[in-house]
Design a protein around this ligand. Sequence first.
Ligand code: AMP
Ligand code: GLY
Length: 423
Amino acid sequence: MRILVLGSGGREHALAWAFARSPDVDEVVCAPGNPGMATLGRCVPVDVTDPHAVAQLVDDLDADLTVVGAEVPLVAGVVDAIEARGRLAFGPRAAAAHLEGSKAWMKEVLAAAGVPTAGHAAFGAGDEEQALAYLETLSGLYVVKTDGLAAGKGVVVTDSLADARAAVREYLSGAAFGDAGRRLVIEEGLTGPEVSLLVLCDGGEGAVPLAPAQDFKRIGDGDTGPNTGGMGAYSPVPVAPEAMVQELMRTAVTPTLAELGRRGVEYRGILYAGLMLTPDGPKVIEYNVRFGDPECEVVVPRLTSDLAVHCLEAARGRLESPVRFSDAACVTVVLASEGYPASPRSGDVITGVEAAEAHDGVLVFHAGTKRDDDGALRTAGGRVLNVTAVGSTVADARDRAYAACAEISWPGMQYRRDIAASA
Ligand code: AMP
Ligand code: GLY
């Protein structure tokens, strides 16, 4: 089959890498892709946020399956547009993607489904006084989130009431995140280790959990500084053994899918549950409607069954083939550009990628990179590369990943030194 991967990040590079290994895949096409993906298949330009442009491209390419990487195209209705042409796509339609498109709606669904989550209230543009008053009812740790999409950066977690109040004002006024923040959710702060559980769903009875991963959201070592899209990840996660995964499916994922079903919303694609293992038991922090990035980069290399087959079966509405993982561990470290996440600098020349890739067990997934006409690889965004390593244990994979990171450099490159250290 010909498979089209939509997107240009490390997640999409990892997906394209897995598809290129499938005996059932004749050709991988990437749109728009990146210099790493270009080594796996042809890259064609497209505006991924324009459903009609994407559907036209799918027709032009005669793609048998389109796999959508990111939330913005899904929320915009890319899957609906592709399916309207009688073609297969992996990912939820817009009605289901709304789960990530509106945190207020997600919380409403969770409440109706009886799924444990942080106490919360939602506020709109005229509600500043009520929002500030609600903050006063919380004890100690304040969480303010944009209702709409903000590339993983629209969340403030702080023990400072003054900072929380400032965030409420900046969000509601539109100063911080434009329309995405004019509606917001305030939550009680929870504590505990976080786990990302990615579940393969076929819109019917089929919902199969993939191996859990743990993401590192803050920019700095020791979980300091602002939230980012994710600075690294590892899998497996010792605090989330198989029994825990079954419990999370029973208490969170299955009731959520059932509640969506009651609302007439069919969920097909990856349902990503972001969970916190609190002293009061596991609670859902958020749902995302696609593979996590960088979680995808550590889950996919551990998969020993065929991802292309799983995605095709899900898109057709019936998961049949068993999903299997190796016992190996995987760690990915994000190399980010200077100024990330506030104002990343682009255009710096990157060296050492080939040397890193020559290390045993190492894969370098590209994210914010571009190839100049003169052949030089340059930074083109905040998260630039995902240096990923497979090893016999998490510690082994971690050592391999960091040894490979040491090969790569550009002016201002930054990365966390403590990814997977506590595992
Ligand atoms: P979200 O985009 O909702 O996943 O939030 C991003 C990150 O903020 C999460 O991965 C957590 O690290 C943190 N976070 C979100 N909600 C809460 C909460 N209620 N309590 C503590 N931390 C949170
Ligand atoms: N790594 C967090 C996310 O993909 O949302």
